[in-house]
Design a protein around this ligand. Structure first.
Ligand code: NAD
Length: 356
């Protein structure tokens, strides 16, 4: 085992750093891990920032793999694994959104290499030991300490370039982790506090960021929200909302953040039928007396997408999606029945307000 490697039992809470420009301390973070040969990962659209990280690392950058894809296809992971072996990398640096983090986690799962994640969206994957992977049109999820990144560098300068539409949907994606944490069967006082902290950060920060996308202070506030929402996602179980998004993303290849943004008000309104008291913090932050409707109004005010049909989902897919999302039981505050989920999906497909 090289000094940079770890075993599953060594996994500890990540080192989390915030700061504008903090990405440029990357060389010292690599050295701190006892590593010397970093493989940089990103998506094709983020290769400019990957180049900047490579330049900051100098000879410690031994390769860049820029083909990360949404929903972590296993075929891409295996290609990256071959490249990693050719480079003889001893640590991973992911700079990008949840797709890049997913690739890093998939490699860490297979190699036990340490990871430094530099998030450029609000997805929150960097703070969880969860890995979702897609193969043969089916997305499966595992949780393993090997997957939890060692270091997270939150740099507000990197989210300034996040397009407005993705800023909104990615923020709502993060809020979804916190909203479902409020009624998780294994929630506790700590997870509740973290969830409210994350929700409050986005309720305050998203309008500020939309008013001025270059406001670094507001961007950092939303990144702190992403950390809180991602951390709580790793701590407690998720319910209907994540099940539906997982199904729509993995089996119908819908874009992750947009899908979360559309489904969130519907799933929360559905569960408010049985868990209104637990969801009260959302009404306190956003106003109104139904958490799902409050989220719908908030998302609409930010210009978020509202209809699954606008993402390319066909109405004829709704029966199959219902079947996939209801075939196995899972904990959820309101009973999950196929007719009810079919009705929820119909409303989300059409872009209607959620049924309460
Ligand atoms: P993404 O990483 O696919 O990014 C979306 C697009 O935005 C990409 O084209 C990317 O290049 C671009 N982009 C990212 N940051 C940018 C920036 N700052 N400026 C300009 N362009 C930028 O999308 P995502 O929503 O962050 O991640 C989705 C993936 O993350 C899904 O596969 C999802 O399953 C996974 N995820 C996993 C967990 C977990 O805990 N395992 C949690 C949340 C999300």
């Amino acid at each position: 085992m090289t000094p940079a490697q770890k075993t599953a039992s060594d996994a500890t809470a990540a080192r989390v750093q915030f700061g504008a420009g903090i990405r440029l301390t990357i060389a010292s973070e690599v050295a701190r891990l006892g590593a010397a040969r970093a493989l940089i990962l990103t998506t094709p659209g983020r290769s400019d920032v990957a180049k900047e990280i490579a330049a900051a690392l100098g000879t410690a950058a031994v390769g860049t793999f820029s083909k990360a894809q949404m929903h972590t296809p296993v075929a891409v992971t295996l290609e990256a694994l071959d490249y990693l072996e050719t480079c003889a990398a001893d640590c991973l640096i992911a700079i990008g959104g949840g797709s890049t983090t997913g690739l890093s986690k998939a490699l860490a799962y297979r190699t036990d290499l340490p990871q430094i994640i530099i998030p450029t969206t609000y997805a929150g994957s960097e703070a969880t030991p969860i890995l979702g992977q897609t193969e043969g049109g089916v997305k499966t999820t595992l949780s393993d300490p090997k997957v939890l990144p060692e270091v997270i560098l939150y740099d507000a300068e990197l989210v300034v370039t996040l397009p407005v539409a993705l800023t909104v949907t990615s923020g709502l994606n993060a809020m979804a982790h916190a909203a479902e944490a409020l009624y998780a069967p294994n929630r506790n006082a700590g997870s509740d506090a973290l969830a409210v902290q994350g929700l409050a950060a986005f309720v305050k920060g998203l309008p500020q960021v939309l008013a001025d996308t270059t406001n670094l202070r507001a961007r950092e506030g939303t990144l702190r929200g992403a950390w809180a929402c991602g951390t709580v996602l790793g701590q407690v179980g998720m319910g209907l909302h994540h099940k539906l998004c997982h199904t729509l993303g993995g089996s119908f290849d819908l874009p992750h953040a947009d899908t979360h943004a559309i489904i969130l008000p519907h799933a929360i309104a559905y569960n408010a039928r049985s868990a209104a008291a637990l969801l009260a913090p959302i009404c306190e932050l956003l106003g109104g007396d139904n958490a799902g409707l409050a989220l719908y109004t908030f998302a609409k005010s930010l210009g978020a997408p509202r209809a699954l049909r606008d993402l390319g989902l066909k109405e004829t897919d709704l029966d199959h999606a219902t079947m996939l999302a209801t075939s196995k039981p899972y904990p959820n505050p309101h009973p999950v029945t196929a007719p009810d989920i079919r009705a929820l999906l119909q409303a989300a497909w059409a872009g209607d307000a959620p049924e309460v």
